[in-house]
Design a protein around this ligand. Structure first.
Ligand code: SAH
Length: 406
């Protein structure tokens, strides 16, 4: 074996792996264990690269860093899959990693419906797998993970005996990686309208056409966190999607619940979900722009005991963080104005670029403008089946706050 090439045996063949050498100054991020390597951190690549291949990464002076996958057209040129020199990236590797992710979910008590694989936090960069009981929804968001889709599907079949597997790769970020957006079956076709159970309630999930993977599992514990504050309350929910928070409120004893979403399809699903749980008399949903409704109703001095806000991410780029903050301030300010003294605001942010400190500060600024005082009931993140790894900053993205509004 030549000393300049790093070779492995795969399926009986000797493969010469492409070597990536980092620039002399290595970022703290990489040293601390973050799996991303940006193109401007690379000094040179030895070997011809098309994209999606497995590569080994070394320091400028030839010290092994890890093995990962490469895409030269992406700004994030390499994403590391392992820092263990002896680990080979093959079908067995993906089986083992997915099995480890499952063992971890079982240990922490998230089994029926859970995010089975949360990308970087499970050392499987850009792979998302949501488990809805016997059904699985997959996203492969980078070329280097997409090429392993057959291995990933085989692993799921081996571990779970699924009733169905579906690909929701209709995500714009794939185009940055030079891939098309697509969705479809990765198993025999099945009815993609399924029903899942959460906190004793039933919800329709539209795997094929719902938002993201069809359902927001990350809020499952936060939905439970409203159980005491909604008893006997008149509740307003904005950005409701399929009505999950609102239906929980009705289930936990709210007197009346009204929910809004801009998507007509979401509102239809929400009404269907209310009926599925026999809560359609308490829980009503309407199609509306939440910004308009909150503004109009606060002008009309309408009052509620509890206001719940769960907007989509307001930005994905650093350039527009201030605009996102302004959006959060506006909806929370208007929301607070609608709350009876001693009522509660339930507010979320899934914009990872708006960190916890900035989010809390924004809520305080809104309270100042609304001339209201706040008392924190709880502040938490996404459910633990979306693990947080402190050295990988995007893994902490959801902020969920309940405050009493005096
Ligand atoms: N609370 C939901 C998730 C909400 S996702 C759950 O736990 O499942 C955010 C929702 O906001 C989406 O359904 C989207 O259609 C809706 N939305 C986006 N912009 C909106 C606007 N201006 N007014 C009302 N709804 C909006």
């Amino acid at each position: 074996m030549k000393s300049s090439s790093f070779s492995i045996f795969r399926d009986g063949y000797l493969c010469v792996m492409i070597k990536v050498y980092l620039a002399k100054k290595i970022s703290r991020r990489v040293v601390e264990g973050h799996p991303w390597i940006f193109s401007n951190e690379v000094d040179r690549v030895e070997g011809e690269v098309k994209g999606g291949e497995t590569v080994t990464v070394f320091t400028h002076d030839n010290k092994f860093i890890g093995t990962g996958y490469i895409n030269p057209r992406s700004q994030i040129m390499v994403r590391l899959l392992t820092r263990n020199r002896n680990e080979v990236i093959d079908e067995e590797f993906f089986y083992k990693r997915i099995l480890q992710s499952w063992e971890y979910r079982k240990k922490i008590g998230y089994t029926e419906n859970c995010r089975l694989v949360f990308g970087e936090a499970d050392s499987l960069p850009q792979l998302i797998i949501d488990k809805f009981n016997d059904y699985f929804v997959i996203q492969t968001l980078a070329l280097g993970i997409d090429v392993w889709k057959p291995a990933i599907v085989n692993a799921l079949n081996k571990i779970f005996d699924p009733k169905g597997i579906y690909e929701r790769n209709d995500v714009p970020v794939r185009e940055v990686e030079g891939m098309s957006q697509q969705k479809g079956f990765l198993s025999a076709p099945f009815d993609t309208n399924i029903i899942i159970k959460e906190n004793g309630l039933k919800f329709n999930v539209d795997i094929e056409n719902g938002q993201k993977t069809g359902y927001f599992l990350d809020q499952q514990d936060n939905r439970k966190a409203i159980q005491h504050i909604v008893k006997g309350a008149n509740v307003l929910g904005a950005f409701t999607y399929t009505g999950t928070f609102e239906i929980h409120a009705a289930h936990y004893g709210a007197k009346s619940v009204i929910g809004f979403d801009i998507s007509e399809n979401a509102v239809q699903q929400a009404n269907k979900n209310a009926a599925l749980n026999g809560l359609e008399d308490i829980c009503k949903f309407q199609t509306a722009n939440a910004f308009d409704i909150l503004k109009q109703w606060s002008k009309e001095e309408k009052k509620f005991d509890v206001v719940m806000l769960d907007p989509p991410a307001f930005t994905k780029s650093r350039e527009t963080i201030q605009k996102a903050v302004a959006g959060y301030k506006e909806i929370n300010l208007r929301g607070m104005k609608l709350i009876e003294p001693g009522g509660f605001l339930v507010t979320s942010s899934c914009t990872s670029l708006v960190n916890a400190e900035l989010f809390l500060h924004t809520i305080e600024m809104a309270a100042k403008d609304a001339k209201r005082k706040l008392r924190q009931v709880c502040f938490q993140a996404q459910a633990p089946d979306h693990p947080i790894v402190r050295t990988i900053e995007n893994t902490l993205y959801l902020k969920f706050l309940i405050v009493e509004v005096q």
